[in-house]
Design a protein around this ligand. Structure first.
Ligand SMILES: [Zn+2]
Length: 210
């Protein structure tokens, strides 16, 4: 348990080092069978350590007297609905936030979009941060997907491990930047469903990351 809490603190700092977050923005969580371990509310990444990670049960009750992230509902609702998910990374990375402010989904402009589980990456509808409504909107955008943008806010990614979820967060940031610029021109050509299905099949069969 201590090991996973330490890992959350290390990766929360990694988000800052990678330029995906600043200060106490965003949050990371990991779940085991009975507990969700999640970054606390309002603690700067530089001051975070394993003793400050909140522990919450699946009804949202705090188990160790530490106030969980303000986006606890997002994490809670995802873990309840998606037993396949073990870790969640949420951040306000620059390019994902820019595309989220345009409220655009990312279409099949690059084959790596398939890494997120389908032919596009959705943008969750806007609602005030920290609300149940926002958590529902995010859950909806994650249907059959491992990540999404969140309108006028940022991005969220899922994984079997914190490493997996972080990998997707970096990938979504990169795809958002590429899509932003491609979308400025009339020359953007999208991949068709047939081509994307081939890639989705390859990803499924080989769990390739290339
Ligand atoms: Zn946020």
């Amino acid at each position: 348990m201590k090991k996973i809490k330490k890992k959350i603190a290390v990766y929360y700092n990694k988000l800052v080092e990678l330029g995906l977050n600043i200060g106490s923005e965003g949050n990371i969580s990991f779940r085991d069978e009975k507990t969700i371990f999640i970054t606390p509310s309002g603690v700067d990444s530089s001051k975070l350590n394993e003793n400050k990670i909140a522990e919450v049960d699946f009804n949202g009750r705090v188990k160790n007297k530490i106030k969980a992230s303000s986006e606890l509902f997002m994490h809670l609702f995802i873990y309840r609905e998606r037993p396949d998910v073990k870790a969640i990374v949420h951040c306000h990375s620059e390019w994902a936030s820019i595309v989220s402010c345009q409220r655009l989904k990312i279409p099949a402009f690059h084959y790596m979009v398939a890494e997120f589980g389908g032919v596009d990456i959705k943008c969750a509808k806007y609602s005030t941060f920290g609300t149940k409504k926002l958590a529902f909107n995010v859950l909806d955008a994650l249907k059959l997907r491992n990540g999404c943008l969140i309108s006028n806010h940022g991005q969220l990614t899922l994984g079997n491990s914190i490493e997996d979820a972080l990998h997707l967060a970096i990938s979504l940031e990169k795809l958002s930047k590429q899509f932003f610029f491609c979308n400025l021109t009339e020359k953007l050509k999208l991949l068709n469903k047939n081509e994307m299905n081939k890639v989705l099949k390859l990803f499924k069969n080989y769990k390739s990351k290339h």
